[in-house]
Ligand binder design. Structure first.
Ligand code: COA
Ligand code: ZN
Length: 316
């Protein structure tokens, strides 16, 4: 059975865009519950400027208070050297560096041209010097909401530059849900072929309803690592039209039904998902938490037994 690794990003990609600040105690409790569900990785928070992302201004406290479960990697999003220093002090297991392959989105999100981001992230990688694994998340890998198409050649060139710096992994982010399954297949096949040593993760948003179709296309192309967000929360504050990540429990439910081993305790995860609207104060997009698993059957209405008896009695 193929093992699929999930990275839960609700407390980072999800909470960063929530209109109301999620209290620190609640964040810590949720990460602790998620730690018991069988995730390979949890993206706990981000060490960004508290002015840019005020919802995650309690990053140090959250990282300091969570109970770490052996076997789960606790990663954090880092935009610059200052963020990396904070992340290392907080004993993050991995630094997830971020930049955009779109110049316009990079200027909007990180306030600098891509060349400056790359230089800064190169500085972070040299500073960390192999002591903590580095992942790089490339925003807008499948298209930019302001620039449009992102050529595959550009994506390959940025990947090559980070591979040359010796990073462990790379996450291709479909920041605003522009990827479609045929594109995902092509990109996934090309990147795996060109960079066999790189740990590749795919990060989809369900903005246009193509999220799970894209997961399936990626799995069929050989990808085994995905980011997902409990309840389907999430979105980039600097990407017009961004909406939720693929919903972790919906994706895990689909893959489990197809016979993939996700390592996740789905009933436990669904219990957490059902508590999420109380945490964020609104409905969330995830569907399996509402509908139940395909194996959660409903009793037939009473009259079905009567009909069955009547039709059996009258069988020709
Ligand atoms: N952690 C804490 N504070 C930071 C910081 C970090 N990683 N990086 C910068 N700052 C502070 C600076 O100290 C400065 O504070 P001051 O105004 O009190 O002096 C302020 O932020 C501005 O610093 P500057 O270096 O000019 O950064 P900037 O304004 O160009 O912002 C980023 C650059 C990347 C730090 C900021 O845009 C950011 O954090 N963006 C978040 C992107 C994000 O997470 N998007 C969603 C997920 S993809
Ligand atoms: Zn995202």
């Amino acid at each position: 059975m193929t093992r699929i690794h999930f990275n839960e990003v609700a407390t980072r990609d999800g909470f960063q865009i929530e209109p109301a600040f999620v209290p620190t105690d609640v964040k810590v409790a949720l990460v602790d519950e998620l730690s018991q569900c069988g995730y390979a990785k949890i993206e706990v928070t981000s060490f960004t400027s508290p002015k840019a992302i005020p919802m995650l201004r309690d990053a140090e406290e959250v990282m300091g208070r969570i109970r770490r479960v052996p076997g789960v990697e606790y990663t954090v999003l880092v935009p610059n050297l200052r963020g990396a220093e904070r992340a290392l002090e907080s004993r993050a297991d991995e630094l997830n560096l971020v930049m955009s392959v779109s110049e316009t989105h990079n200027l909007a999100n990180l306030r600098m041209p891509r060349s400056h981001s790359f230089e800064a992230l190169g500085g972070v990688i040299r500073h960390v010097n192999g002591h903590t694994p580095i992942n790089v998340s490339l925003s807008c890998s499948f298209g930019c909401p302001m620039e449009g198409d992102v050529p595959l050649a550009a994506l390959l060139a940025w990947t090559q530059r980070f591979a040359d710096l010796g990073v462990r992994g790379l996450t291709l982010c479909d920041t605003t849900g522009m990827a479609h399954p045929a594109q995902v297949q092509q990109v996934a096949e090309t990147l795996q072929q060109r960079f066999p040593a790189l740990q590749l993760t795919l990060h989809f948003h369900n903005t246009r309803g193509m999220g799970l179709a894209n997961v399936l296309a990626a799995v069929q192309a050989g990808i085994t690592r995905f980011d997902g967000s409990l309840g389907g929360l999430g979105g980039c504050p600097y990407a017009p039209g961004a909406s939720g990540n693929i919903c972790s429990e919906d994706a895990i439910h689909m893959l489990a039904a197809m016979g993939y081993d996700t390592g996740i305790d789905l009933p436990r995860l669904l219990t957490l998902a059902r508590g999420l609207p109380d945490i964020v104060g609104h409905e969330v997009p995830g569907q399996v938490a509402k509908a139940g698993r395909i194996s959660d059957l409903h009793p037939a209405p009473d009259f079905v037994a009567e009909l069955r008896a009547r039709f059996e009695g009258a069988a020709p």
